[in-house]
Design a protein around this ligand. Sequence first.
Ligand code: PGA
Ligand code: ZN
Length: 422
Amino acid sequence: MSRVESIAGEEVLDSRGRPTVAATCRLEGGATARVSVPSGASTSPVEAVELRDGDPRRYRGLGCRTAAANVSGPINQAVAGRELDQESFDQVLIDLDGTAQKGRLGANALLAASMAFAIARSHESLLQPFEQFARDAGLAPHRLPRPTVNLFSGGLHAGKQIAIQDVLVVSLSARTIDDALAMTSDVYAAAIELTRKRYGSRALVADEGGLAPEFASTDAMLADAVQSLIDAGLRPGVDAALCVDVASTHVYESELYRIDSAALERAQMIDRVVGWIKDFPIVSVEDALVFDDWEGWSELRRRVAGRSIVLADDMTATNRSRIDQAAEAGAADALLLKVNQAGTLSDGRRALEAARSHGWTVTVSARSGETEDAWLSDLAVGWEAEQLKVGSITRSERLAKWNRLLSIERQTDLPIAAWPSR
Ligand code: PGA
Ligand code: ZN
């Protein structure tokens, strides 16, 4: 238990230059932490919602002054002077907000407060944040998460120049984080060279740092990713493989999936995705279908079993009951865990526990709008995620997390998680 002295919010800017929330928590013994929280663009309709000011004259309505004031005002009043653990602290926030999607005070305000309290407690206990996250979850980390790194970007992160959102590289043979990042950096360098030659485009990057040239089709995008692996001297499917985030909820209009120039019905979309997995070394497919198509997801999962994991982001939105529902429907076997979809650390931990109870693999993930904070890597290690998805290997808001993971590796010497076999 820790006694809160004060908690205060501020409006700061994220990696897209849009407002987000930072919070500073001070405990009575003097331990202090300041954190900031990320913000998504390809959001799920069922995730916890941010509070935005809505004043069109300021940041196009996206200001976070009210959310920050909620941290300094009602949240501070509710927790100051009280002795709390993480669970009871988060419960105060949940009760104070009182809504299912945390929109009254704002999930951005709640998560900033929750995370600042957790990290201040780690300082008070002379623990590193990952040790504190592990202790609170009753875990003792014995491995590090394998990086999945954006190579190419599309969808809402790149002006929709191509429908699918991310093509990522995962090193399969790397035995350390250090090796995995060195391999990925070579692939990224090869992709820069390839896009320069093939598309005449400079290495301009999208929101998460992926390259975003004018691909002729999704197949061309995937073929270019494979070529980049080869150009970096890697054997596709052996040394490294691809992960895909279709982010389908955002290409679904009038019950059809808009992929390249086609408008596909559910069955055709499943065939298309299965085709990609047959033709390219894809080992993970995220959000291949719209967020609430439980049946479609389970059919896809049956058809790709043994080849690719089926990773749920928009469908489950880091929400315990949606994870239970998805597991019951056989709709996925892996969770993308974004703690700001949940709104507090304790809600995130309940999602983690639900995923584990169904035997799912867990990827801890950043958002497309990030900050220079690195607590995400501590969370991934402390919660024993098998993968960490942070975006690319460029842009400092991404590198802050990879560099923190490297630092944790140097300190702990823990082995890297194996790629899950399905
Ligand atoms: P978002 O995208 O942060 O814009 O929601 C990330 C993802 O879909 O994985
Ligand atoms: Zn996603």
